[in-house]
Design a protein around this ligand. Sequence first.
Ligand code: WT7
Length: 635
Amino acid sequence: MAEELQIEHTSEFYKPSQSVIEQANVKEYDEQYKRSIEDPQAYWAEQAEELEWYKKWDKVLDDSNPPFYKWFTGGKINIIHNAIDRHLTTERKNKLAIIWEGEPGDVRTFTYHALNREVSEMANILKAMGVKKGDIVTIYMPQIPELLFSMLACAKIGAAHSVVYGGFSVEALHDRIDDARSRVLLTADGGYRRGKATRLKEIANGAMKRSPTIEVCITVKRTGGDVKMVEGRDFWYHDLKEMPFAKGKCETEVMDAEDMLFILYTSGTTGKPKGVVHTHGGYAVYTATTLKSVFDLKDTDRWWCAADPGWITGHSYIVYSPFINGATVMLYEGAPAHPFPDRWWGMIEKYGVTVLYTSPTAIRGLMRFGSDWPGRHDLSSLRLLGSVGEPINPEAWRWYYEVIGNKNCPIMDTWWQTETGGFMITPLPITPLKPGSATKPFFGIDTAVVDEVGEQVKPGEEGYLVVKAPWPGMLRTIHGDPDRYKEQYWSAYPDKMWYHVGDAARIDKDGYSWIIGRVDDVLKVSGYRLGTAEVESALVSHPDVAESAVVGLPHELKGNAIHAYAILRAGLQGSDALAKELRTHVRKEMGPIAMPESITFVEELPKTRSGKIMRRVLRAKALGQDVGDVSTLET
Ligand code: WT7
């Protein structure tokens, strides 16, 4: 039996075992892919039929005003009806929806019935606070069940949420609240991370001081520390839950398929983060279909996507699509290696997790502690593994595959983005794998690798990744800035309506895609996406800094690490103490993920004649490489 489960490893491919293929939800790729590209609308209509609609759509795709595509127009739906309501009349009602473990070891579980009660109470409270359909509620929370309830509650009453990752700090939170013009902020006093309580409410207070739109702030008590509450604006969630208005049934709002579900800010090439807009109908169809096909979800699965719900990975594959598929979702509050490096492996054993989906950074971080830690645990419940966020290096891939998956679990290396809503290039369980390749596009996704003028490059050659046709999970616009949406994503090849990804890639002779990395001024640090311009603007917000430039340099654990260059104001001298102060300043303004690894004080920065900083030159110099063509450099 063990023999039969082994994945065959040929010189190039890791082939899935017969048993993996036999139980796969999707059993064939080539034919179905071909059909899905020839007639994407037929494919997506078929997938949309799997959901419950209050009213069916009139049109699958409205492409009358590209790139402002609309999906399932005329359709009436609410994603919550599909994620929660419809399960309550089936045997799933008493099934576990959430298993949550806090970092200190406290455990809370919720059946679908209980999830509905929690979400309804939160929704009732939001309504009592005046939240209406179309409002944008900002959520800033640690990884506690209430984060999920908040998001789901907004969706239930037709409000959009804007979740700001709990690792961000004052400036980042304030920027996002302002852009969304939120009236209501949901937060918590703190959460646990590496044995310490974070101080979220304090950061929220700092942001609210600068953000005049917030009228109501609801705080969940998690850590019990001292927090400052402002009379008339700040409420404890547990107090509101006791109020009569919180109790009882809450109707799920009937939404148009194209109504906004959420905005999620992501870093781009300018300092201002982009509020990526997703909608109820297309997003529900896309995330549900991709999860079911790629991670082969079954009713018996215990699914653990170990991302933070505050990022797109968590939005799509913790909060929405697993519930649409009726799965049991595992959620953990804290750090992977706390208090010991086997924390994750212990939870996989304890809860019988069947599918684990995480990032190369997390894998590399845990690999560093050696194979004895996972070796102490029975991980045989696992049947599939996943990776996302950055290219996975073959060494980490093999360790994940051999030590964690015991050579029985294919690894789904899923390439996608905040903007795409769900997996775009990804294996299926039946796909023969090559370590480090995200393999092939999902059904209905028409990708290509092209040069500057849009010509397809030869197999094996590097070029720009594009998507040649719209898909239901795609972003609809950038909140408040439709021009930027058009310009950023759809204008690279003027005579063609292609989605410009921003990644370099190549496709090999077998049609396998290899993602190389970003081609713009966006960095992936530990899988997190950061704009160089955001970090630079945090640096120049320090009174001593006149100008700065930030580059990413390779880092063993993080993939890339941030290195900053700073020109000080006239008369000031750089010192170790000032470098330390600047790093701390960025950390305070942006959050720990944005803190530069190093600061170098310089007299000038390489610039083009039009004044653009040539980060490429800084990078090459730092790596001791040839600086390449600098003919456009200012002299
Ligand atoms: C960028 C998008 C999608 C959820 C998490 C990241 C990089 C993402 C992979 C992968 C190689 C990857 C790309 C992409 N990326 N997944 N499997 N292999 N690179 O979402 O923060 O919007 O970042 O992450 O560069 O453009 P995001």
